[in-house]
Design a protein around this ligand. Structure first.
Ligand code: SF4
Ligand code: SF4
Length: 190
């Protein structure tokens, strides 16, 4: 029996795995477990399942292993694994699709990347562009890392890296529509 509550989506484990594969445009059977993806991954030291192990869990139908893993949340989406895979398996896209599936199931094994993504997307939705000062401020507040980077703020401001001016694009509605379209495609998650 599944250890993941998929009642929100009405999917079985196998349905959920099929959806993950579809969203990432990955055929799980293409992976022959060579490990090239894991060998080149710059974030594998932070992962509980290497990219190879994550895809193996999905091949075996172990949905809960994939959805409970930290790996998709610490993945930098750098694409090194996808570029190096001899079978052209799009592993970076698979990481993102697993992250979406975990959110749909109400799971968030690592909180900070999700907090960051939500604030970033809201920034873009409301102003059409990101503002680094707002992003950092809200992230510190919501993640509980209140004083993170505070010492760097004056230097960053002096170099123009952060600014109290909240610039926005002219056609904010067009950007908002675009973002909402992408969010709908991802099942409401970034
Ligand atoms: S590099 Fe490709 S074929 Fe090799 S383990 Fe990773 S996903 Fe599978
Ligand atoms: S995309 Fe993610 S899994 Fe792939 S190499 Fe980069 S950090 Fe690792």
């Amino acid at each position: 029996m599944s250890r993941i509550d998929l009642s929100r989506t009405g999917e079985t484990d196998l349905d959920a795995i099929a959806r993950i594969s579809r969203e990432a445009a990955v055929r799980l059977a293409d992976c022959y477990q060579c490990g090239t993806c894991s060998a080149g991954c710059p974030m594998s030291h932070e992962m509980d399942l290497t990219p190879r192990q994550l895809i193996h869990a999905l091949q075996l139908g172990l949905l809960h292993r994939a959805l409970e893993a930290r790996s998709p949340w610490v993945c930098a989406l750098c694409q090194v694994c996808s570029v190096r895979c001899p079978q052209e398996v799009r592993i970076a896209d698979l990481m993102l699709a697993v992250r979406h599936a975990a959110k749909r199931a109400g799971l968030r094994p690592v909180r900070e990347p999700d907090v960051f993504d939500d604030i970033f997307v809201n920034n873009i939705r409301s102003r059409g562009r990101n503002n680094e000062a707002l992003l950092a401020g809200f992230f510190n507040l919501k993640s509980g890392h209140l004083t993170q980077d505070v010492r760097n703020a004056p230097r960053m401001a002096a170099r123009g890296m952060i600014s109290p001016r909240f610039n926005q694009v002219r056609d904010r509605a067009a950007v908002r529509n675009l973002v909402d379209k992408v969010l709908r495609k991802g099942g409401g998650t970034v």
